[in-house]
Design a protein around this ligand. Sequence first.
Ligand SMILES: [Zn+2]
Length: 511
Amino acid sequence: MHFSYFLLIKSHKKTIFRIDQSPYNISQQPILAYISGFIVKLDDMKPYVTRLLIVMLLPFAHITAQDKIPLLSGKVEISISQGTFECDLTLSNMPQIDDYFIRINSGMNILHMRSKKPNDFLVYYTKSLKDSLSTGESNAYYFSDNTGEGKFLPESIQFKYVGKYPVVKDTLQDYSVEDWKGNIAFNHNSTRSDGFQSAWYPILYNITNDKLFHKVTYDIELTCTDCTTLYINGNKPVKAQSYNFKSDIPRELTLFCGNYDFTSLNNTYFLNSGFTPDEIQEFGNLINSYKNFYVKNINIPFDQPVSFVQTSPVSKNNQWMFVSYPTIMSIGWQNGLKSVVDPYFRNFYQPFMAHELGHFYFGTHRVFNSELGDMMTEGFSEFLSLILTENIIGEDVFKEKVHEKIENLKDFNATPFGKIKSQSEYNNRQLYVYNYAPIIFLAIEKKIGEKQMWQWIHKILTTPTQFTDYDFLITTLQQTLTDTNKVNTLKTLYLESPKSLENAISTIGIK
Ligand SMILES: [Zn+2]
């Protein structure tokens, strides 16, 4: 889901279908180079008195719990014809964090940031170029303390900013070369944005713990006078041009606002789906059967009704799905939601839907971090999709998908999980997380059996830990197998060996 790259799949008609797309490919380098072209340092004139006051207040703030969830409140005004965002948003109930960034989309121009609590004043901010784990769409801001060395974080900050984005009205002449998950996209009749990557609203990031606070509780008045329908993740869509959306459950603020219709079935919403009533029924049954398969095996309830969104990209050739629970978005010129139940396309689309539903567990129920977090989030979701495919969609589709991954990995020199020290060592992220990782997991499953594999997955999803790193993988494996020799065998074959991929392929026995 998150940092995600591409799953490139050649289908009929040469469509490129990607899941969980991120912007890396369109060149993260130029984005960084562009940012480094002007270094912003705004805190030179910060009044000494203000700094002193804040440092004095800090020790008290530290008493509060680390895992407080921020509340985002205020007003957002969007125009889908102008491609604009106008935001007056306040982040409050902030956890006190020593080393942090606040990410905001780099297309947003800041009027001001204002400390509201404990003291009310316009605050000087610094833009950092060191947010190395961001996906490239956002700027990273922080507030320096009075020593100039450390940072301070008010309990509550107001952010006022505006952004203007290209509106793609004509897909014959006037479109983008690329569209992706973290893009703030305005197509001919709507706008679509995720929260995590795009950071269209201010997102707090704890650098020390590698923890992002993209899920917030919220109380937001959203206005779009040229829309008929408004939708923010975690709420039902509404037919209105202005609406006060609230959620006490922390959500990523994925948006879809524009001129479109929606329908619902048993509390599940279908936005711009193009479904007939029969198709909704069929689609609903299918999704329930997938959810039930996961619940039965993983033994953790899938307790969220899901909202499905269908929309078109602002580029010609991109097509993908992404999840931001409880929203699953399908973006493409071909209607991906309808294709899930289309007899001709279903074998191609259904595994993608299974992958996205897998993210309810890997990425939502548990959020993964550290250098292997991205691999686990995507690798396990893809593994779940493969196992579901084998059991529900069809053995032949399963074999075809495994074969395809092995083909993709033909010339890939994979660093085993145990030797990865940073995400850059994935080498080719798309191959690593969507192809290599699920092949390794399939081999482990073959070796330890289905039952213990599901138990391991349960442990990974439920065992408390600060970092979901390699040690965590091994500890949970040891707890599952309770047999050090077996764990060592798995380490030797698949987790630490330079020949891990060959070993795994030979264990799986599919060519
Ligand atoms: Zn994914």
